[in-house]
Design a protein. Structure first.
Ligand SMILES: CC(C)(COP(=O)(O)OP(=O)(O)OC[C@H]1O[C@@H](n2cnc3c(N)ncnc32)[C@H](O)[C@@H]1OP(=O)(O)O)[C@@H](O)C(=O)NCCC(=O)NCCS
Length: 182
């Protein structure tokens, strides 16, 4: 049987609230995403380098991914001093529980990375995942992220910072392999 198509599609404002609030309240998502209100209130706005997409499975929205440039102050507050300016932070969810573990999340992330690398100002993309969120860690690795380092988030506990770098630029790897002294 042919594998389903996975695409990143526009987030229509008419569907956004209903779909996202349904997905964010489902236990398999709520456990890792925290308050639905904050996620619903977020919008890419005019900010440079940010965006959001529905994840389409055979054209049907089944998940959501958003990305934004990380603020230097947030990185420093989390002790992530080595992550360079301009880095993109990504959040993802597959809202339909029966479609988790089927490769949808990792395929969607691979497509997002391809899109992000078209912008030469993006040095790397990062994702944070709880050390207990095995399926997220595995999905991110399948999409090309690697575990950069473990840290402890005051709210979420032990976490992994996962990063992906543009494959065709060896100078980028050196940038992150030389942590700046605090
Ligand atoms: C995290 C998430 C986006 C991953 O998307 P996905 O479509 O389920 O991921 P994939 O199917 O591409 O990959 C998951 C991998 O983890 C594996 N996996 C699932 N449960 C696992 C577990 N308990 N231990 C180890 N591996 C596990 C799957 O087998 C699969 O690997 P494989 O293809 O090598 O078999 C999705 O599961 C999700 O939305 N979860 C709820 C919300 C969430 O956790 N969001 C991210 C954190 S904010």
């Amino acid at each position: 049987m042919e594998s389903p198509s996975i695409e990143l599609g526009p987030v229509e404002s008419s569907a956004r609230g209903a779909l996202l609030s349904e997905w964010l309240r489902r236990p398999h998502v709520a456990r890792w995403w925290g308050e639905a209100e904050a996620a619903l209130a977020w919008s890419p706005g005019e900010a440079d380098g940010s965006g959001e997409s529905f994840i389409l499975h055979d054209q049907r929205p089944v998940g959501y991914v958003r990305w934004q440039r990380v603020l230097r102050c947030d990185l420093d507050a989390a002790g992530l001093h080595e992550v360079p300016d301009g880095a993109i932070d990504i959040d993802i969810l597959i809202g339909e529980p029966e479609l988790t573990g089927c490769g949808v999340g990792s395929r969607a992330l691979s497509q997002l990375l391809e899109r992000l690398w078209r912008d030469p100002s993006v040095p790397l993309a990062g994702m944070s995942a709880s050390a207990a969120n095995e399926s997220a860690l595995r999905a991110y690795e399948k999409a090309g992220f690697r575990r950069r380092r473990a840290y402890t988030d005051p709210r979420w506990g032990p976490m992994w910072l996962m990063i992906a770098e543009r494959a065709d630029d060896p100078t980028r790897s050196r940038a992150i392999d030389s942590p700046r002294s605090k």
